[in-house]
Design a binder for this molecule. Structure first.
Ligand SMILES: [Mg+2]
Length: 369
């Protein structure tokens, strides 16, 4: 099947409230929509870096450049629309994982729409509802944190994740445990600590956390192994696991007991599934994280999270929890802590052209002719 056209649309949607983690703060969500047209069918992917190099060195500008200068020319030149072939092309072309995820997931979507199969079916999963967890950032005070959690928890999320950093950990956790003694609770440090903090991080064992996510720098797998050996709480790796190769190193060192899989961080659904499959073989449960992406990426993540080794609530939440406006219909909506994808081929949701138009920053179109 030939590729007729690839269209990029960079959108910027204002967030409901600014989101702050240990490495910075953002008030808008940037996403680059990748639309692949093939013989009358369109598949949408989403490349979803945060502005200001939030979770990685990638920005909307660098990802746009990877797409326009490297990946789209390579894909058009190759000409195939099969997901397996596209993965080979993307792997040899290079570019950031965000950019590759945008292109790769568009081809899964195209495949789903052409064959009238939902994405969960293409991935080899069973259709099921997905438990959703609330994730909140770092606030300027504990009352503000508790206020935000209280507001969002009205949707019944199945667990709470708070972001931590040195100076913002024990106090917020004590306050959270007082108000939510039974709710499954976890923390995410986004690499904010070092090996020197192991004695301090041992104090987190008293809070009965589900896991502590990415406490140390992403390349410090030995440090994570030392920390995991010292902690009762499970260490979960996020930023460290970029591909199956880095996963193997982490597993060989016993650097974690849980892995967070993000489609964007690992460059697409095929790599995400490969990491899931390897973790399953090794008895390591996984769960599905987000950047967070807009609705296209969010819906894809829900389909991925239907694979059997996804064992904890996902970070995908209601669209309205993050975004003042959503680009897909229907938007994602948590009910009693549960998310369901819309029925139908591909991710099941429709991209809303009016919303996309409203938030468009720039567009570009590519074809061979
Ligand atoms: Mg994380």
């Amino acid at each position: 099947m030939s590729i007729d056209r690839i269209t990029l649309t960079h959108v910027r949607v204002p967030l409901v409230e600014p989101f702050r983690i240990s490495s910075g703060q953002v008030s808008c969500k940037d996403g680059i929509l990748v639309a692949v047209d093939s013989e009358g069918v369109r598949g949408y992917g989403e490349a979803s870096p945060m502005a200001g190099a939030f979770y990685s060195a990638d920005t909307p500008e660098s990802v746009w450049k990877d797409l326009t200068d490297i990946l789209i020319p390579a894909v058009l030149h190759h000409g195939s629309s099969s997901v397996a072939e596209i993965n080979k092309v993307l792997k040899s072309a290079g570019g950031s994982p965000f950019a590759r995820a945008g292109v790769e997931t568009a081809f899964w979507e195209l495949e789903g729409r052409k064959t009238n199969r939902p994405l969960w079916n293409l991935l080899g999963a069973e259709n099921k509802p997905v438990a959703s967890g609330l994730a909140v950032g770092i606030y300027s005070s504990i009352p503000k944190l508790l206020d935000a959690v209280g507001r969002f928890m009205q949707e019944g999320y199945k667990r709470i994740k708070i972001k931590i950093q040195p100076g913002w950990d024990l106090g917020p956790l004590e306050a959270m445990r007082k108000l939510y003694p039974e709710t499954p609770l976890m923390v995410d440090a986004n690499c904010a600590y070092t090996r020197n903090d192991i004695a301090h991080l041992k104090k987190l064992d008293t809070f009965g956390l589900m896991m502590i996510e990415q406490p140390l720098p992403k390349d410090d797998l030995e440090g994570h192994a030392s920390l995991q050996a010292a902690l009762q709480t499970a260490v979960c790796l996020d930023e460290s696991v970029e591909d199956v190769g880095s996963l193997e190193k982490a597993l060989a060192l016993n650097a974690c007991k849980i892995v967070n899989i993000k489609i964007q961080r690992v460059g697409g659904l095929m790599n995400a599934k490969a990491i899931h499959d390897r973790c399953k073989e090794k008895g390591i449960p996984v769960w599905a994280g987000t950047m967070p992406e807009l609705g296209i990426g969010g819906a894809q993540t829900l389909h991925l999270a239907m694979l059997e080794n996804f064992a904890f609530p996902t970070d995908v939440e209601s669209s309205a929890r993050w975004f003042t406006s959503e680009i897909i219909d229907p938007p994602l909506q948590v009910e009693n802590g549960i998310l369901r994808v819309a029925p139908g081929p591909g991710n099941g949701h429709r991209v809303n052209p009016n919303t996309v138009k409203k938030w468009t920053v720039r567009t570009a179109e590519f074809s061979l002719s």
